[in-house]
Structures are given as C-alpha cells and as structure tokens.
Design a protein around this ligand. Structure first.
Ligand code: SF4
Length: 239
C-alpha cells in the first residue's frame, strides 16, 4: 500500500491545484438552487455538456418547481430526451418538484436529510447542492474524484462513501469548500481515465500512482477546463 499523504503533502497538493485553477466552478449551468438541483439530477450517467444543452431551453420555461409541475412529465420529456435515462429522470424531477411545493414552500431545503428524501436525490446530489448552492464544505464523490483519490493515494477507498470520508479527513480545511471542484476538474482534464496527462500534471511528484504516463508515451492533448479559467466560466446564466 502506498505511503499515506502527510498533512504537508495534502496542503501542497491543493495549493498547486488552486494555483492552476484559481476559480473552480461546476460546469453545469443553472440559474438558482432549484435549477441546480434539477441539473444535477439530470446529470447522473450523463455529461455536463449534454445536460447544459438540454437545460438551456428547459430553464427558459421552467426554472421553479411550480413551472416544472405545470410543464408536466410529457412536457419535460420533450426537453430532456437527448439525456440518458430521461424517462426515469423526468418522473423524478416532476415528483421532487411537487414535494418541494408541498413540504418546502417551493424552496430547495438546506438540509441533507430533506434533500436525500427527494426522488432521484442521493448523497452525491445532496452534497453538490449543499456545496454549490449553499456554500457548505461537502465533497460529492463522482467517478472523477473516485479515480483521482484512489490513484494519487490521497484518499483511497473501496466505494464513494469511503473516499468521501477519507477526503473529509485529508483535505485541509482552507481547501474544503472548493476541493470537490478542483478534484473533478483535475480528473476530467488531467488525470483522465485512460493515459492520464502525468507529464504536465502539477501534482505528479506527490502522486503515488505507480503507472504514470511517461513523456515518451504520448504528447498529451490537454483540454482546457472552462470553469477553471477566470472570467471564462460563469456558470450562472445572467451572472
Ligand atoms: S501524476 Fe498522473 S496519475 Fe498522478 S495525479 Fe497526475 S495525472 Fe493523475
């Protein structure tokens, strides 16, 4: 087993990610906590880009639970049918919108238990909403974070919950609020699943991955994380 990260190493790890991506944000586009919640529910097993394409038109007509319920399942399906598993997601979005109206005055609750009781909302989605909409220090472990945490040795774990718990202990408090976005963007653009871009990785000297890509293996093609570029990644429409 790889040597665990020391406090100083974890500090350096996040300081470097912060320097590389000073303003990390979600790549999902939303206009208020409700549309963020809907976008995250729609993003399960789908790309943020695909979700944004669908919600660009959807949120023009339904950016509140009341408008979504008025649109109805069929109406909603029309907007999201390009997204995987759209039938089930449409059912969940309408059902959760009804529950928000019935139990939370049409507002998204700032409460994990209440969030997780909504259809289609699990721990990961609740963590994203608590972090992005309400500024809470949570880490939503998706496929990218799971890979980066295990590969680097920062917070190894068999399942997302184990990784989340490990990260909550390992990430220095000063970086906790944005850790989730730094790790996602790092996994999405640098520590990619196949042939990670190790030669240009800012944390390669700290990373414990034994099979790092070598310079001679391939000239890395790096995509730019729009959300990490100051001024180029405003996610909230109209902001
Ligand atoms: S060195 Fe390679 S494996 Fe390690 S974090 Fe960087 S890109 Fe990922």
């Amino acid at each position: 087993m790889a040597r665990p990260f020391s406090k100083a190493e974890a500090e350096t790890f996040f300081a470097r990610l912060k320097k590389a991506m000073p303003e990390p944000r979600t790549e999902l586009v939303y206009v208020n906590p409700y549309t963020l919640l809907v976008a995250v529910v729609l993003s399960a097993q789908a790309t943020d880009r695909g979700v944004n394409k669908a919600t660009a038109e959807l949120f023009k007509v339904a950016d509140t639970p009341a408008k979504m319920v008025a649109l109805g399942e069929r109406g909603l399906t029309h907007y999201i049918k390009t997204i995987g598993l759209y039938r089930g997601k449409a059912k969940n979005v309408i059902a959760l919108s009804r529950l928000l109206l019935e139990h939370h005055a049409g507002e998204v609750p700032r409460d994990r238990e209440a969030l997780e009781s909504l259809p289609g909302v699990g721990r990961k989605t609740a963590n994203v909403v608590l972090n992005v909409a309400f500024g809470e220090k949570t880490i939503a472990v998706d496929t990218h974070i799971f890979r980066v945490a295990n590969r680097t040795g920062l917070a190894p774990g068999k399942d997302p919950r184990a990784v989340e718990d490990g990260l909550m202990k390992k990430v220095p408090d000063a970086y906790l609020l944005h850790a989730h976005h730094w790790l996602i963007l790092h996994g999405r653009y640098t520590c990619v699943a196949r042939k990670p871009h190790c030669p240009v990785c800012v944390v390669r000297d700290l990373c414990r991955f034994p099979d790092k890509t070598r310079v001679e293996d391939e000239a890395p093609k790096i995509r730019t994380p729009a959300a990490a570029t100051p001024g180029a990644g405003a996610r909230r429409r109209g902001s």
